[in-house]
Design a protein around this ligand. Structure first.
Ligand code: C2E
Ligand code: CA
Ligand code: CA
Length: 861
């Protein structure tokens, strides 16, 4: 018998026993109901029996009571009749005095014994002595009793010899009466001799009236003893008095102990039945719940049998459906089984690997796999990462779990986790590295730095931190697109990494900011040599598609332990040095020096001073005239701001404009400039315009248009007489925003010129796309003119370009007559420079325009 059959028999047996238990319970309950019914019936029977017994008993006691009454009468009469004195005083002669008056046989018999009538009947059957109700009366007994007494008298006389008395019940007018009679004899009195006459008879009459009957009834425990009335005749129970009840019959109400029993017993039985019903209900309910639970357990039992039955199939399904493959090896570590999935997952042949050693397939970082499997008490729930090489030669990672088999050898599963492990490694890497360049990020930098600082760098073996920032990287990004920018960053990253030694760190900490940590530098010269190498490397052209892009870098250097020993301080000092390098003209490096900090503190002071200066009118405007090259006609002037510092004197804008831009003071500064410039220009001759420099940040931070409108309104100047100078960086930073603002400004009627053309990217596309009215060639072109002929060509090209785009081209920094001549030859439109006019203060400029509104170019200086 298979286990399945065996246990299904068990189930059936259990099910039968369950129903058996249920039927047994029901049978038991039925039985119990029968018992209760029987008990009820028995109670009824018992009650009836009890009642019957009680009836019989009460009849018996009624009889006893009557007999007792007769006995009392007889013994009483005996005492009086068989006595010598009675014989002498009531038979021999009737002595009423002795009998009644002296109360020998007189009224006390009535009062003490209740005899209603006392009679003496002589030998001639004549009543000679009568006491009725205690009174002496002359009434014959037969008259009083209304019946013949001959029978009684005869019987009484007959008992004279033996001195026996008789009693009999008679009916007197419906009332039964007990008549006791005895012949009067001398008794045991020897002094009296009997005569020959018939003996006289003494008669006592007792009436069984209601009171008498109740009294004797209660003496014998018979309730309600009474003489039956006419309508009671015939019913039981009854006790006949006299022969055949001629004297009447007695009745009583027997007690009903049966009924009492029923009264107390029945409720108990009922209660018991009720209790049984309730208990049955409870038990049934429990049984049902139990049965249900049992059913459930049977069901699960069934299920487990089913699962047992299908486990093999399921195992097969699972083994082949899961991405895992299942393996078994013998005690020689050779594969004895490999599931079909093995081929799908690994691409390797099952047939080829069966019989091969598991160590040949899988390798681990912890030594050979067989060693690991053989570890005594190895926990089977701990898995191991293993590597193998798939058919395509790629290394795959699999998670192996193994259990020992009873007959030696092992079996287990192998889960391919290559992707998972790689993803985790990637995440770990990304959390510490910059996604774009793959260089360590700020987090990794901090870790690395902390580690290196813990190793206590020394003066001889310092830790060098180099903060590097690309110069003019942003334009590359904006002009050529982010993809190109990313390429540049990647290229720079790998060039930086190539320059440092193994064990150093190159981290990318911002858009175009890098930090290098160098550990093996012993002298400043060594560091400087590296800086030069870095600059040379970065300056090399970077090819993007068919273009060549050039970037450069500025660097700041701080060293531990000389400058600082804490990571945060080192980073800060390197940044300060970097800032200095940038201020120092970019594409260079600076070592951190203590006074750099002082300069920074100074800068802070200047910032505060500037805030004060704007509010308290320390700013001044100078105007540098702009002339038409062709005929020297003054066209207008550029407004250039200066700061009349109370202590430092006149400060040039190159010093404080960057501070204003960084601190956000530029807006209020620029508002002042715009207002002052327009107000002044409003008073100039109408043919002169004013040109105002705008900072790139003003384009970014809104409401430029409103501010301009406000100034135009307050100054009342014709917008056509106002030109705004903006640099390329305005467009680089927010091309669309800048375009919108520029179009609005144009609609207001203002002119817009591109300033410092040629220093930035000098993008032609910007010139085309943006609504410029003019461009100003940066003064660096003219200053280099002596050194190279290229710049002349460039100036010529720019002028030609401007003309092509209908732009007014202005040359800046005309310092010599040669400059001016050159510009004339290339037909540059306008020009400004020290050679023509220095920037002039308000009064000088007013004097200039008032006195010489159209000064000759040659004579202007
Ligand atoms: P910029 O816009 O290129 O202004 C022309 C600068 O060249 C002025 O310097 C001017 O004094 C100087 N310059 C004029 N002619 C010659 C010359 O023949 N040779 C040489 N070497 N320089 C000449 P400044 O006034 O020091 O202004 C410097 C820069 O400060 C300006 O360059 C401009 O970018 C900025 N700037 C001046 N005023 C303001 C202003 O009100 N607002 C803003 N945002 N920037 C201003
Ligand atoms: Ca300018
Ligand atoms: Ca300029």
């Amino acid at each position: 018998m298979t286990p399945k059959h065996a246990s299904s028999d068990v189930t059936r047996a259990d099910t039968t026993s369950l129903s058996l238990a249920r039927t047994s319970l029901l049978k038991f309950v039925g039985l119990l109901a029968g018992v209760f019914l029987l008990a009820g019936l028995s109670l009824f029977y018992l009650a009836r029996d009890l009642d019957r017994t009680e009836q019989l008993e009460s009849a018996f006691y009624t009889q006893k009571a009557v007999q007792a009454l007769e006995k009392t009468s007889r013994s009483t009469i005996k005492d009086y009749a068989f006595w010598g004195d009675t014989y002498r005083h009531l038979h021999v002669e009737v002595d009423t005095d002795w009998a009644f008056t002296r109360q020998n046989v007189g009224p006390t018999l009535y009062t003490d014994f209740g005899f209603r009538g006392l009679f003496v009947v002589n030998d001639a059957n004549r009543t000679v002595y009568s006491v009725v109700n205690g009174e002496l009366e002359a009434v014959a007994v037969e008259d009083w009793l209304q019946q013949s007494m001959s029978d009684i008298l005869d019987k009484a006389r007959a008992g004279a010899e033996t001195e026996t008395t008789i009693t009999t019940f008679i009916n007197v007018g419906g009332v039964p009466a007990l008549v006791a009679a005895a012949a009067i004899t001398p008794g045991t009195d020897p002094t009296v001799t009997r005569d020959d006459r018939l003996p006289s008879v003494l008669i006592f009459v007792d009436f069984l009236d209601r009171a008498k009957l109740e009294s004797i009834g209660s003496d014998f425990g018979v309730e309600d003893l009474h003489v039956a009335t006419d309508d009671e005749i015939g019913g039981a129970p009854a006790f006949p008095l006299g022969a055949d009840g001629s004297a009447g019959s007695l009745r009583w109400t027997p007690e009903k102990p049966g009924r009492r029993l029923l009264g107390t017993g029945l409720p108990f039985i009922g209660l018991g039945a009720l209790l049984v019903c309730f208990m049955t209900f409870v038990i049934l309910r429990r049984t049902t719940a139990g049965a249900l639970a049992l059913d459930a357990s049977y069901a699960s039992l069934q299920n487990s049998q089913d699962s047992l039955a299908i486990s093999e199939a399921r195992f097969r399904d699972v083994v082949e459906a899961s991405s895992d493959w299942v393996w078994e090896i013998d005690e020689d570590w050779r594969f004895t089984y490999l599931s079909e999935r093995f081929e799908v997952v690994t691409g390797l042949s099952r047939a080829a690997w069966i019989g091969q050693a598991i160590n040949d397939l899988l390798s681990t970082e912890l030594g050979s796999l067989s060693q690991w499997l053989a570890i005594p008490n190895r926990r089977p729930d701990i898995s191991l990462l293993c590597q193998y090489v798939d058919t395509k030669g790629r290394e795959r990672i699999t998670r192996l779990s193994a259990r020992g088999m009873p007959n030696k050898g092992f079996r287990g599963t192998a889960t391919d986790v290559t992707e998972e492990v790689e993803a985790r490694r990637r995440i770990e890497f990304l959390s510490q590295h910059d996604a774009l360049t793959g260089l360590p990020n700020r987090t990794r930098l901090r870790e690395f730095l902390d580690g290196k600082l813990k190793a206590m760098p020394s003066v001889e073996q310092p830790l060098v931190m180099l903060s590097l920032d690309l110069d003019r990287f942003k334009p590359v990004n904006d002009l050529l697109g982010h993809a190109a920018g990313d390429l540049v960053l990647n290229e720079v990253s790998s060039r930086l990494a190539d320059c440092v030694r193994h064990g150093d760190l190159v981290a990318r900490v911002g858009g175009d900011e890098f930090v290098l940590i160098l550990t093996d530098m012993s002298s400043q010269e060594e560091v400087e040599a590296l800086c030069q190498r870095l600059i040379d490397s970065i300056e090399g052209p970077i090819r993007i598609d068919d273009q060549e892009v050039f970037v450069s870098a500025s660097m700041g250097i701080a060293m531990a332990p000389n400058d600082a020993c804490e990571a945060a301080e080192l980073l800060r000092y390197a940044d300060i040095a970097l800032y200095e390098a940038k201020s120092g003209g970019r594409n260079t490096w600076r070592f951190y020096a203590g006074d750099m900090n002082i300069r920074i503190i100074e800068r802070r002071g200047l910032e505060n001073d500037l805030r004060f200066a704007i509010k308290h009118g320390e700013l001044r405007l100078h105007f540098q005239p702009r002339y038409r090259i062709a005929d020297g006609q003054m066209m207008g002037a550029e407004a250039l701001v200066r700061w009349q510092h109370p202590v430092r004197g006149l400060i040039p804008p190159d010093v404080f404009i960057p501070i204003a831009e960084e601190s956000g003071l530029i807006l209020s500064l620029s508002n002042w400039v715009l207002d002052a410039a327009c107000s002044s220009a409003a008073r100039w001759p109408k043919n002169l315009f004013v040109s105002v420099n705008l900072s790139p940040t003003e384009f970014k931070r809104g409401n430029l248009v409103e501010r301009v409108q406000k100034v135009l309104h307050s100054s009342g100047i014709n917008p056509a007489r106002v030109e705004l100078e903006i640099t390329e960086s305005v467009m680089l930073e927010d091309t669309e925003g800048a375009l919108g603002v520029m179009h609005t400004l144009k609609r207001l009627g203002l002119r817009i010129a591109m300033d410092d053309f040629g220093t930035g990217y000098s993008s032609l596309s910007y010139l085309r796309a943006f609504p410029f009215d003019g461009l100003k060639i940066d003064r660096s072109f003219l200053s280099r003119l002596d050194e190279s002929d290229d710049d002349k060509a460039i100036i010529q090209a720019i002028v030609g370009l401007g003309r092509a785009l209908s732009l007014t081209v202005t040359a800046e920094g005309i310092e010599t007559a040669e400059h001016l001549n050159l510009l004339k030859t290339v037909s540059c439109d306008e020009g400004q420079g020290y050679y023509l006019s220095c920037p002039l203060d308000d009064s000088k400029f007013n004097a200039l325009v008032g006195i010489a509104a159209s000064a000759d170019v040659e004579n202007s200086v």
